[in-house]
Design a protein around this ligand. Structure first.
Ligand code: BES
Ligand code: ZN
Length: 886
């Protein structure tokens, strides 16, 4: 394990490598503990580099066997090898030469799940970001593109399946019961996109004909017996392929596209060229085992990894500082795909909630960093909500500023100009600036300045002059001392709403550039710290609707006047903004209720909120999924974020519960009607329509249980449930509202028995128990680490128990005696010894420790510091802790 913590990598230090690798021929002789890897590299000295310049290849924990240069054994003087580097001291003076390297790796001992490792008795690789160097010495950086040929040899009986990137070219038998296969990927690629899978799995096969007529074989490999559960993923894949052709004009470029589902995986999935590797929870689904949320995630992630084929693989990143070039853009693309497959407003609301829940806190806390960071100690720690989600928001803003046509022209130019290259953010932006004939210099600040800008907006209507004045102030509080905060370009999609919400016309606007793309909302382009914008020719007093569709990732403090928000919550013609208004009103009441609880008073909702809540609940003209979102109160973590400092999680929990009960009682009749009307009539269908019905019905179930202060209905729902969405929801309500009841105990036991052989389903069982909002859950989680089915070695198990506890249970995690923090830190210490990446990710749950009230703050700090003092802290974990404490 790498425990050194010193080195900082800087964007400003980038320079191209002295050597390139035109061809990479790999041979893997697979063995559980001694896999031999030979790499034959066709090296080329870059023009302008002095002949004989030493060549240093990256390694990480490698066992070196030997090297040959141009076919001759390289002696000890010619190369020096350590576990972490191989130096060719005096390479041949010729422009090109071959370098053959032999290494030995132990896949069974690889618990980090980076490089070549074992999962379920199979062999699997994960190379992004720097895992390839754990397989062989290489120029393991994304701007070194090479054409790969891969030969895999293994035991024929145990390892019948031998897969790598590209197209299959040859296979056959060897002596001793072994066999081999050869794969060739004609597309030059960086090493992080290399993949190998070898083992024994079942397969689902299909095909796809591209727009230009190429027939592509599609294969999804899953555990034997689980083939039927890959049908939805296959369908999502075909829809993704079609969508990318229709929306972006992008076709697939090999004869075969393969997906392998594995049970041990640090992340969600990986876009290796032609051979995506997936965490099996993002492939496997059927109504009995997967929830609607699982289906939606599968659809999104299958699409995401497929879309990387162009945004990431065909055009990759020059260096890891440019990570958002592929991730932010690809998230934007998968969001658009899901919006087209399902309900656009519902998707947008979900994405904004996610952004606020994860990215905003990151951007205002100790782990804040620019979307394009300028330094890092460990790149694995920069696969963050900021790079991904804020990165996607920047692309969305480009789309809003340039309009559909301008944006499409920029994307087209990007694909045309940079295909086959490793590109930068500057090059990406230059394509849009050029194609849409616009200057994006100031816009580029979005990539460089951390922090969430705030807008302060006030309005004034002058009846006699028929003018409407809007003052907009932007400000950016640097999240980290010394980070820049120049004014940004902020696109504010807007409408002036007249009575009933219809958009009012205006004659002219002064004070800001405005844009009006065909069929889209008008946009005010904010560029200065302060704008005094005046609309003329306004016939009646309007209500200003701004940031429609959440047109920029900003906060708005203070909020619009309460009266305006009540109007918008009923009448805004933009469904996102209508939800936003309602949500902010609910938030206001929840914060008031928290203050009340802290002062020893009861929590209640205002009459006005009750009115609008019951109006929405009873409004059958809204789509069910949308109504479900509107009727879901902000989560406890959302409330904590809004309150911001001296947070008392117990008071928030009590307040939210009080407000929920109040609303539930006030709207009990409406919820009862919804619950009965939305009884399932047809067989389960994972599509948006059915999912929306279930979402709304389950909100009604929750509210009815709160109203009655009884879990009878949840018990009944559990007994009737014929799919995992309803079953898991009912079990959650029952367990959370009556954790001590015999009914909850029995239901949990029945669930465990039914799914004891299905780890990814059992994860729901762990999560439901880890998120029971009461102090005793600390002990429950401790006990569950010894439950059958739990494993300290599997990332999904760790996330479903430890991760869910730390991020989804504010009450127990923040128990006043600090035992929640101690539990997390002890678990992380244990995990870090085996899997630093997962440990570091879990550690981010403590980033908001400074916002707690003083007692908890001190206990949290003590727990973090004592973990840091442990004797073998990985670089990954040390990096997160040091920034968290800084
Ligand atoms: N390239 C990433 C996978 C990855 C992440 C590799 C971090 C190495 C380190 C992949 O495309 C990805 O982004 N996966 C996401 C899911 C996606 C839908 C946002 C993941 O794994 O969480
Ligand atoms: Zn990605």
């Amino acid at each position: 394990m790498r425990t050194e913590t010193g080195q900082v990598i800087r964007l400003g230090d980038y320079r191209p490598s002295d050597y390139l690798i035109d061809k990479t021929d790999l041979v893997f002789r697979l063995d559980p503990t001694r896999t031999r890897v030979t790499a034959k590299l066709q090296m080329r000295r870059r023009a302008g580099v002095a002949p004989g310049t030493p060549l240093t290849l990256d390694g990480d924990g490698l066992t070196f066997v030997g090297a040959r240069i141009d076919g001759a054994d390289a002696g000890d003087n010619a190369v020096s090898a350590t576990a972490d580097a191989l130096v060719v001291n005096a390479p041949p003076a010729s422009e090109t030469f071959t370098l053959e390297i032999e290494t030995v790796v132990d896949p069974t001992a690889n618990t980090q799940l980076m490089g070549l490792y074992r999962t379920g008795g199979n062999y699997c690789t994960q190379c992004e970001a720097e895992g390839f160097r754990r397989i062989t010495y290489f120029l393991d950086r994304p701007d070194v593109l090479s054409v790969y040929t891969v030969r895999i040899e293994a035991d024929r009986k145990d390892v019948p399946l031998l897969l790598s990137n590209g197209n299959p070219v040859e296979q056959g038998d060897l002596d001793d019961g072994r066999h081999y296969a050869v794969w060739r990927d004609p597309h030059p690629k960086p090493s992080y996109l290399f993949a190998l899978f070898a083992g024994n799995l079942g397969v689902v096969e299909d095909e796809f004909t591209t727009a230009s007529g190429r027939l592509v074989t599609l294969k999804i490999y899953v555990e034997h017996g689980k083939e039927p559960r890959a049908a939805y993923a296959m369908d999502a894949l075909k829809r993704s392929m079609r969508w990318d052709e229709e929306r972006f004009g992008l076709e697939y470029d090999l004869d075969i596209f393969q997906i392998v589902a594995v049970s041990d995986f640090n992340m969600g999935a990986m876009e290796n060229k032609g051979l995506n590797i997936f965490n099996d929870k993002y492939v496997l689904a059927d109504p009995r085992t997967a929830t609607d949320q699982d289906y939606a995630s599968i659809e999104a992630i299958i699409a995401h990894e497929y879309f990387h084929n162009w945004t990431g693989n065909r055009i990759t990143c020059r260096d890891w500082f440019q990570l958002c070039l592929k991730e932010g853009l690809t998230v934007y693309r998968d969001q658009e795909f899901s919006a087209d497959m399902r309900s656009r407003p519902v998707k947008r609301i979900g994405d904004v909630r996610l952004l606020r829940a994860h990215q905003f806190p990151e951007d205002s806390g100790p782990l804040a960093h620019p979307v394009r960071p300028r330094t890092y100690r460990e790149i694995n720690n920069f696969y963050t909500a900021t790079v991904y989600e804020k990165g996607a928001e920047i692309v969305r803003m480009l789309r809003t500023l340039l309009g559909a046509k301008g944006f499409a022209a920029g994307m087209d130019l990007y694909f045309q100009r940079h295909d086959g290259e490793a590109a930068t953010i500057e090059q990406f932006l230059a394509c849009f600036a050029e194609a849409a004939q616009t200057d994006l210099t100031q816009f580029a600040l979005w990539y460089d300045q951390p922090g969430t800008p705030n807008l302060a907006i006030t309005t004034r209507y002058d009846r006699t002059a028929r003018t409407f004045a809007v003052t907009v102030n932007q400000s950016l509080k640097p999240p980290v001392a010394g980070t820049p905060n120049a004014p940004m370009v902020i696109p504010i999609a807007f409408a002036l709403a007249g009575k009933n919400g219809s958009t009012l016309d205006h004659d002219a606007v002064s004070g800001a550039r405005t844009m009006q793309h065909e069929g889209e909302d008008g946009v005010l382009v904010i560029t200065e710290p302060k704008h005094e914008i005046v609309f003329t020719g306004i016939a009646e007093e309007p209500v200003l609707s701004v940031l429609r569709g959440f047109s920029a990732p900003v906060t708005r403090v203070p909020q619009a006047p309460t009266r305006d928000r009540f109007f918008l919550a009923r009448h805004d013609s933009d469904p996102f903004s209508r939800w936003e208004a309602l949500n902010s009103l609910a938030m206001e009441d929840l914060i008031k209720a928290t203050r009340a609880v802290s002062a020893g008073d009861p929590a209640a909702a205002s009459d006005a909120l009750v009115d609008i809540f019951s109006a929405v609940a009873g409004d059958g003209t809204f789509d069910n999924a949308y109504r479900a979102l509107c009727l879901t109160l902000p989560a406890e973590t959302d409330i904590a974020r809004e309150i911001g400092r001296d947070i008392d999680p117990d008071a928030i929990n009590k307040a939210r519960r009080g407000v929920t009960e109040h609303l539930a009682k006030a709207c009990e009749r409406v919820f009862a009607r919804i619950y009965h009307e939305l009884q399932p009539r047809n067989a389960y269908d994972p599509g948006a329509e059915g999912a929306g019905r279930r979402a709304l019905r389950n909100v009604a179930l929750t509210m009815l249980c709160h109203a009655a202060r009884s879990t009878d209905l949840a018990e009944q729902a559990l007994a009737e449930a014929d799919n995992m969405t309803d079953r898991a929801h009912a079990l959650m309500v029952l367990t959370h509202l009556a954790p001590e009841s015999e009914a909850a105990a029995q239901a949990l036991e029945a669930f465990r028995t039914a799914f004891r052989a299905e780890p990814i389903v059992l994860d729901k069982w762990f999560t439901i128990q880890a998120t029971v909002p009461r102090a005793e859950t600390v002990e429950t989680v401790q006990a569950l680490t010894k439950a059958p089915g739990f494993s300290w070695d599997n990332p999904n198990r760790l996330r479903s128990l430890i991760g869910a506890f730390a991020t989804g249970n504010p009450v127990a995690f923040n128990r006043a005696d600090g035992k929640g923090y101690e539990l997390l830190c002890a678990a992380i210490g244990r995990i870090d010894a085996k899997n630093p990446q997962v440990a570091a990710r879990l550690m981010t749950a403590m980033r908001a420790w400074r916002n707690l009230e003083p007692g908890r703050r001190q206990r949290a700090k003590t727990a973090i510091e004592s973990l840091r003092r442990g004797d073998r802290v990985s670089r990954d974990l040390a990096d997160i802790i040091d920034r968290t404490l800084a």
